[in-house]
Design a protein around this ligand. Structure first.
Ligand SMILES: [Zn+2]
Ligand SMILES: [Zn+2]
Length: 203
């Protein structure tokens, strides 16, 4: 008995593309060489897809990693906190106007830079350059620099103020440095907070 022959179809190997009569219904290629070529092509496609996905997930992971700018911001926040707590513990008010709003943990007060971060980025983490400052002087009065200087001279003397004013170098913070700085400063801040608390309890 004759087996009903399958309908002719086009070889799926695109380099061949000729029409053939398959012997199996799932047969996609006309010949063994075409079947091999087809399998190879599918393998390459699969590898390319895997490659694309890997690149995509790498890009996603990269996006999650903090940028240097973010590390600078976080380290700055920790340094500023230490500056505020240091001045609160010492009983100081705003470096420019002397006011002392309810400065629980310095929350209502800023840490103001004498030499601004914009004009002296190398001094941005230099603690003597950062002082407790009320929000009005720091934000509304543009840093209230003239009064800041007078307050600073009173506090640390003209020599050290001039030292800060003449500080000059090109800062290049590595991410490792910024991470370490943040860690060290946060530890220091916790110590200062404890001392401030102890003082309050003793009072
Ligand atoms: Zn073929
Ligand atoms: Zn002030």
């Amino acid at each position: 008995m004759m087996r009903a022959s399958l309908k002719p179809k086009k070889c799926r190997n695109r380099d061949c593309g000729k029409t053939f009569t398959p012997v199996r219904s799932m047969q996609a290629a006309c010949s063994v060489p075409c079947a091999i070529a087809l399998a190879e092509k599918q393998k390459a496609q699969k590898a390319a897809r895997a490659n694309r996905e890997e690149r995509k997930s790498l890009a996603e992971r990269k996006a999650k990693i903090k940028t240097r700018g973010e590390w600078i911001r976080e380290a700055q926040a920790a340094v500023n906190k230490v500056a505020r707590l240091r001045d609160i513990l010492a009983g100081h008010g705003c470096i420019s106007c002397g006011s002392r709003p309810d400065a629980r943990f310095g929350g209502a007060m800023d840490a103001g830079h004498y030499r601004s971060v914009g004009s002296a980025p190398h001094a941005r983490f230099y603690l003597p350059n950062i002082r407790l400052q009320c929000k009005r002087c720091n934000r509304d009065l543009g840093g209230s620099v003239v009064n800041y200087r007078m307050g600073l001279v009173e506090r640390i003397g003209i020599d050290r103020v001039e030292e800060i004013e003449s500080m000059q170098w090109t800062a290049k913070w590595s991410i490792e440095y910024l991470q370490r700085l943040k860690k060290v400063m946060n530890k220091k801040a916790r110590r200062l907070e404890r001392r401030i608390e102890q003082r309050k309890e003793a009072a």
